[in-house]
Ligand binder design. Structure first.
Ligand code: GLV
Length: 344
């Protein structure tokens, strides 16, 4: 290959051996440490590359790509892509991809970890033990809630929601779900899940797990009004996106005993966490890590690499990035559009 290889910028440390698959075709520069770029820093980096592999903290819109004359692709390390202004990228002829599917099982496992953790007060119990407060084990101390026989509600029944539902058989939990569109009957049967309207879901769920993408329509899908419809003994779990829940309204409901507990992996305005949530014992908090297993984060990196390779005509998917989000961008850039992947 010549010295004029296209340049791929990787915005964060990932897995060098996976990224190395780009090296026969590209000059690769990968940031050696995690950092938060200002919009100007991001724009400067995008102006200097032909493709970018970025994380969810990189918010990319018209201003960030205005000077990125060579940029042909933004490959997002995440299934959600609310950090990308897709219409702006499409208008600029820049393809975008995500990492759908490879993280379904890890995120589903983590949703269950949060459900169990909140039901059995794992976080609070550990804090108490570490604070040296364990003098004897009280028979009626640290009582939690059982899962068996209680209703699991899932709001947003894409592939991750379905993976969460499948696990419910082992826990003996009936599954109710609500989604923009109802699943085919065979899928409902296979997941053991029954479709209900949103109000019914809110009123019936003992555990309500949110797995919606963040869009203008889903912002505050669970706010004060929705929380008021939930059972006071219910547990709310968010593994989707901050902003889907109104965190201030949630903290008030938890504080006032209108909701038993919550477990949250995502927050409005993260990495900041609202101080009202930090002040509560009946909420379990984690730093947006639902897909963070070695296998899944490697698979996500590999998928981003595959999408870049494909866009530039390399590898088994040459010309057809498998996770292309905006086929119209290729048409605008003069490349025939060959694939379209549905994202739920
Ligand atoms: C994580 O939040 C993702 O969208 O993959």
């Amino acid at each position: 290959m010549t010295g004029n290889k296209p340049h791929v910028w990787v915005s964060r440390p990932t897995f060098p051996d996976v990224i190395a698959r780009l090296e026969p075709y590209f000059r690769v520069s990968a940031e050696p440490v995690e950092q938060v770029f200002t919009p100007a820093e991001l724009a400067a980096r995008l102006a200097d590359c032909d493709a970018a592999i970025v994380g969810l903290k990189e918010r990319i819109g018209a201003a960030e790509v205005a000077g990125a004359g060579r940029l042909r692709m933004v490959a997002n390390l995440g299934v959600g892509f609310d950090n990308l202004d897709l219409p702006a990228l499409t208008a600029a002829g820049i393809a975008a991809s995500n990492t759908a599917d490879v993280l379904n099982e890890s995120v589903a496992d983590y949703a269950w970890a949060l459900m169990l953790g909140a039901a059995r007060r794992v976080g609070a119990a550990e804090r108490w033990l570490r604070a040296g407060q364990w003098l004897s084990t009280e028979f009626i101390g640290w009582l939690g809630a059982d899962l068996r026989g209680r209703n699991l509600g899932i709001l947003g029944m894409g592939r991750i929601g379905q993976a969460i539902a499948r696990r419910a058989v082992g826990f003996g939990m009936p599954v109710l779900y609500h989604n923009r569109s109802r699943l085919p009957e065979a899928t409902e049967r296979e997941c053991g899940a029954s479709y209900v309207d949103k109000d019914h879901l809110l009123a019936s769920a003992d555990f309500l797990v949110l797995v919606l993408p963040l869009t203008p329509q889903t912002r505050h899908a669970v706010g004060a009004a929705e929380l008021a419809r939930m059972k006071p003994e219910a547990v709310l779990v968010n593994v989707a996106r901050g902003g889907i829940v109104d965190d201030v309204a949630l903290a008030a409901a938890l504080r006032e005993g209108r909701l038993a507990a919550a477990a949250l992996d995502v927050f409005e305005g993260e990495p900041r966490v609202h101080p009202d949530l930090l002040a509560l014992e009946n909420v379990m908090l984690s730093p947006h890590i639902a897909s963070a297993t070695t296998g899944t984060r490697r698979a996500m990196t590999a998928l981003a690499v595959d999408n870049v390779l494909a866009l530039f005509g390399h590898g088994p998917d040459a010309g057809r990035p498998p996770n292309l989000l905006n086929p119209d961008a290729l048409a605008r850039a003069g490349v025939p559009s060959q694939t379209h992947q549905e994202v739920t």
